[in-house]
Design a protein around this ligand. Structure first.
Ligand code: ADE
Length: 231
């Protein structure tokens, strides 16, 4: 089985590269792809660079060019829900683009014709994540993740996203990866560990906790690979 593993920033995939140690490297479309073997799995690992466009390009490349049949994303997010603290894990049940706005034409936020506001994650991968969390006694929140090309550092903006999309966390890539995987019929899973609370302290917290939260997300993802490999 060929599994794509994505992050947005190098810090988000570094713990994975350190764990798998040996890989082949292929440079393509201004990005670097790392190929590793783990148990009976073939892994393709890359960070896309920040934002929806780069993330969509990387996801599409991993699927179309490198033939990944599942895609797992690991990284950090800003918390919206008050039960998410720094370092906690959230997995997206569904994702929406909070910055997609053609409301001028009577459409809801996050919607364009022939698209959908929310894209649902793969149920089997969600079940595997719940199993891993239960067996390891790890708190894993399931919730809605909202994505946009903005680093959110304002309580007003965060409350608007909460109210409009009932989102529990926000970040800058997940929904675009979801759109690509949904269109190409590839099961996907978006995992995030909280780095900040998307409020006025967000910039400071993000820099402080990017590495430690990235590690928590990556280590959970590795446990999921163990489960997928033995399944
Ligand atoms: N990823 C982590 N924290 C974030 C924030 N506050 N806004 C957007 N993306 C993020």
């Amino acid at each position: 089985m060929k599994i794509a593993i994505m992050g947005a920033m190098v810090e988000e995939i570094e713990p994975l590269l350190e764990y798998f140690k040996e890989y082949e490297i292929v440079d393509y479309a201004d990005n670097r792809y790392y190929f590793a073997k783990y148990k009976d799995l073939e892994l393709i690992i890359a960070y896309s660079k920040i934002g929806k466009v780069f993330a969509a390009l990387t996801a599409a490349t991993m699927i179309e060019r490198f033939k990944a049949t599942k895609l797992l994303f690991s990284g950090v997010a800003g918390a919206i829900s008050s039960d998410l603290k720094i370092g906690d894990l959230i997995v997206a049940t569904k994702l929406a683009q909070h910055d997609l706005d053609i409301t001028a034409f009577g459409h809801p936020f996050g919607y364009v014709p022939e698209g959908k506001v929310f894209i649902e994650s793969d149920k089997e991968l969600l079940d595997i994540s719940k199993k891993v969390a239960n067996s390891k006694g790890i708190y894993l929140k399931e919730g809605v993740i909202a994505t946009g090309d903005q680093f959110v550092n304002s309580s007003e903006k965060k409350e608007w996203i909460q109210k409009t999309f009932h989102a529990d966390a926000l970040e800058m890539e997940g929904a675009s990866v979801a759109v690509v995987c949904d269109a190409l019929d590839i099961p996907f899973f978006i995992l995030r560990s909280i780095s900040d609370s998307a409020d006025m302290d967000a910039g400071f917290d993000f820099e402080e906790f990017l590495k430690s939260s990235s590690k928590k997300s990556a280590s959970f993802l590795i446990s999921m690979l163990d489960e997928i490999a033995t399944a």
